[in-house]
Write a protein that binds this ligand. Sequence first.
Ligand SMILES: NC(=O)c1ccc[n+]([C@@H]2O[C@H](COP(=O)([O-])OP(=O)(O)OC[C@H]3O[C@@H](n4cnc5c(N)ncnc54)[C@H](O)[C@@H]3O)[C@@H](O)[C@H]2O)c1
Length: 324
Amino acid sequence: MKYLVTGAAGYIGSVCVELLLDAGHDVFAIDDLRQGNRSAIESDATFYKASLGDRTVLDKVFSQGIDAVFHLAAEISVPQSMADPGLYYETNVNQGLCLLEAMRAAGCKCLIFSSTAAVFGEPATTPIDESHPKVPCNPYGDSKLSFERLLNWYHVCFGFRVHIFRYFNAAGATERHGEDRSIEEHLIPLAFAAIKGQRERLTVFGDDYPTSDGTCVRDYLHVRDIGQAHLQAAAYLGQNADFDDFNLGSSSGTTVLTVLKTIERVTGYSVPYVIGERRAGDPAALVASSEKAVRKLGIRFDYSHIDYIIESAWKWFRQTERGR
Ligand SMILES: NC(=O)c1ccc[n+]([C@@H]2O[C@H](COP(=O)([O-])OP(=O)(O)OC[C@H]3O[C@@H](n4cnc5c(N)ncnc54)[C@H](O)[C@@H]3O)[C@@H](O)[C@H]2O)c1
């Protein structure tokens, strides 16, 4: 099968490319490298350095007979989306629409979309399942929800087969790919950078939440499990004219302090951190119910134990320039 992966030079995209190639597929990769790294693109993939808004390049890619698309390219920072909402609607909605139109013109109608827990906004119940109200409280979440809605209409109007995956926190690494962004906001790579003295102490935002140790609970999923879920969804959509959405998470969650203590145990280094004030808009717990993904698609979370997540991330980080 021929797959197109958008955002292929980014963290999760690079792992998807790796798993697709390992499974024997032909992989086409698009990324404009605004964030990702050229070195993260596997040499066996056909790479196009291009924006999703570049219809000429998209038409060229789709003329090669793409069977399915993994759509991961996006702007992903909540604070940045509050400072520059236009960038988020332009990238995550308008340029995504350009991709859908190129697919439609080429007759490619199968897509798996990376969405996010941010579409739910402040959780009313936990764990969060797919029926939870979707009331995003920032432009990032709203742009993702807008694109989810667009996809629904492409299913209804044009017969697109679509699965939407909402991940909570992707983490960990494979042997070949991990998290390596120039602007980093994710806890585990930030903690590694603090260990290495590449940044000042980490701030833990609040320790007075109603959780086991007072710090926020978040739901970490190993990036390999996320990539594998994409392959399973693609196999399902190959057989079924389906449109559906799935939350992907561990259904339990881990506190921020537990993550930091696990990092200390696994790496043998202490993580320099301070407890700061709560951050506006941070819910006490963000945990996904993956029951539907397990039941319908048979998704498994074999790698998503917090110890293994950190071991694999640390091993990968130590191979990189910043980790040596
Ligand atoms: N990392 C997480 O924990 C997490 C959680 C929930 C959802 N997601 C979603 O998963 C997807 C991938 O996330 P990630 O962590 O790998 O992000 P990332 O920033 O590492 O990768 C995104 C890639 O997309 C590229 N890109 C962005 N806009 C583009 C455009 N218009 N044209 C071409 N390339 C473009 C960037 O250069 C980058 O390489 C995103 O859609 C994100 O919203 C991620």
